[in-house]
Ligand binder design. Structure first.
Ligand code: NAI
Ligand code: AKG
Length: 450
């Protein structure tokens, strides 16, 4: 009761303080109420007012990013780095280039990253960054000039033991390569300052695949616990980007059939099964290339301007891997009542609204929330940091083996924590939130509330 009142009071304070930041508030309202049984058992959380402290980033850096287009016209975008929490290690988290990036989006991402990173048990704090730059339709040279300008400012605030960015939406090998080059030009060669680097530049083998593969390993562990396997399951994956492509690849390798995928312009339904190789081939044709899928497979169907979560076909498992809030209550009801899915594992960050999560619970859908299920990417980033500091490069087999162990351990931690605090090993949402929070909060208290 005491804990519930404390949580409510803090949420009210934060709602009035941040009323202009809906996604950030959503991340807080998804998280704090699940901590009640832990806070009930740990009065020091309220004594030190940890909730209010943990909700605010340690530092929020905003800067301007001037860049010149191919016609010689100058533009200015905004850039940010949110250094959210360093209790467990250097700030760590991706950089997102997308026109909808703003302080609100980056606060939600940085907040979630802090607890996700804690679940990996690796020495990582939480951070996030990005820009409202839209890479769509930009030439290679424009992306290079923009990215160099972005790094010219960002480099003042990062370092291998201080803050280590990586990729996220709109930022892949190409952009990380340009960022590393610019960092090196302005400082010195320090490969550990960024992760997700190309493998010929001290990148880790397996980082590109890690979030998608890790998501599938997490799912496979959760299914094993119910005497189920991915093999022969019908699966739907949203997105066709990095996380989606490697989710499709690993799920297919484990015997599942991916019957639909999407991008921001529509979705494809292909009863014979979507292959990752096809998505890789299409990605070379630029963004929105899913519309060309039926040129390769005339028996498939393409639905323009439709969400893949509107599919009414029966299938077993959903993997949302595109973006935040892609599944609302109505779509969740469709997943439960028409598609009759048994499980949903989040590759994207916060792809489900709070109302959608309520539906998963009401309808007994096994729910693996993003903080736990998509932690494989950042975990392999931590392995990349370790390789960089040892001046080593491990084989893909070694990295993949470690990733499998990490995802199994994350699943076990979530499910055991859930059993301990809410008496339900399948409440992976409570398990992940409590386990991640406990690690960060304990370290903050040990360090004198910094
Ligand atoms: N790249 C990584 O290692 C990690 C990424 N994530 C999260 O996974 C999600 C996807 O990230 P990436 O695959 O890296 O990005 P990406 O840029 O490679 O791919 C994003 C995909 O989402 C689709 N998409 C974007 N907006 C959409 C919308 N409104 N509706 C439907 N589809 C939409 C795009 O068409 C694209 O296929 C994001 O939420 C990201 O934060 C989470 C953990 C690690
Ligand atoms: O690899 C990283 O450092 C960050 C990955 C990321 O941005 C995420 O987990 O959402």
């Amino acid at each position: 009761m005491r804990a519930k009142k404390y949580i409510q009071q803090i949420l009210e304070n934060l709602e009035s303080k941040h009323s202009d930041k809906p996604e950030f508030l959503q991340a807080l309202t998804e998280f704090f109420p699940t901590l009640e049984p832990y806070i009930e058992e740990h009065p020091e959380i309220e004594d030190y007012n940890i909730l209010e402290l943990i909700a605010e980033p340690e530092r929020l850096i905003q800067f301007r990013v001037p860049w010149e287009d191919d016609e010689g016209k100058w533009h200015v975008n905004l850039g940010w780095r949110i250094q959210f929490n360093s209790a467990l290690g250097p700030y760590k988290g991706g950089i997102r280039f997308n026109p909808n990036v703003n302080e609100n989006i980056l606060r939600f991402l940085g907040f979630e990253q802090t607890f996700k990173n804690a679940l990996t048990s690796l020495p990582l704090g939480g951070g996030k960054g990005g820009s409202d730059f839209n890479p769509n339709g930009k030439s290679e040279r424009e992306v290079m000039r923009f990215t160099q300008s972005f790094m010219s400012e960002l480099q003042k605030y990062i370092g291998p033991d201080r803050d280590v960015p990586a990729g996220d939406m709109g930022v892949g090998h190409r952009e990380i390569g340009y960022m590393y080059g610019q960092y090196k030009r302005l400082n010195r060669p320090e490969p550990g300052v960024l992760t997700g680097k190309p493998t010929n530049q001290w990148g880790s083998f397996g980082r590109t695949e890690a979030t998608g593969y890790g998501l599938v390993y997490f799912a496979e562990n959760a299914l094993w616990n119910h005497n189920e396997r991915l093999s022969k399951k019908r699966v739907v994956v949203s997105g066709t980007g990095n996380v989606s492509t490697y989710t499709v690849e690993k799920a297919t390798q484990l015997g599942a059939k991916v019957i639909a995928v999407s991008d921001s312009q529509g979705y494809v339904y292909h009863e014979e099964g979507v292959q990752a190789e096809t998505l890789k081939k299409l990605s070379k044709r630029g963004r929105g290339a899913l519309k060309y899928y039926t040129e390769l497979y005339p028996e498939a169907e393409y639905f323009k301007d439709k969400s893949v979560w509107e599919v009414q076909m029966k299938y077993d498992i959903a993997f949302p891997c595109a973006t935040q809030n892609e599944i609302d209550r109505e779509m969740a009801l469709n997943l439960a009542e028409n598609c009759k899915i048994k499980a949903l594992f989040e590759g994207a960050n916060m792809p489900s609204t709070d109302a959608a999560i309520e539906v998963y619970k009401e309808k007994n859908i096994l729910y693996g929330l993003g903080k736990a299920a998509n932690a494989g990417g950042v975990a392999v980033s931590a392995l990349e940091m370790a390789q960089n500091s040892q001046r080593e490069q491990w084989s893909i087999e070694e990295v993949d083996e470690r990733l499998q162990v990490i995802m199994k351990d994350i699943y076990t931690l979530c499910s055991e924590t859930a059993k301990k605090y809410v008496g339900d090993q399948d409440n992976l949402q409570a398990g992940a939130n409590i386990a991640g929070f406990a690690r960060v909060a304990e370290a903050m208290i040990q360090q004198g509330l910094v």
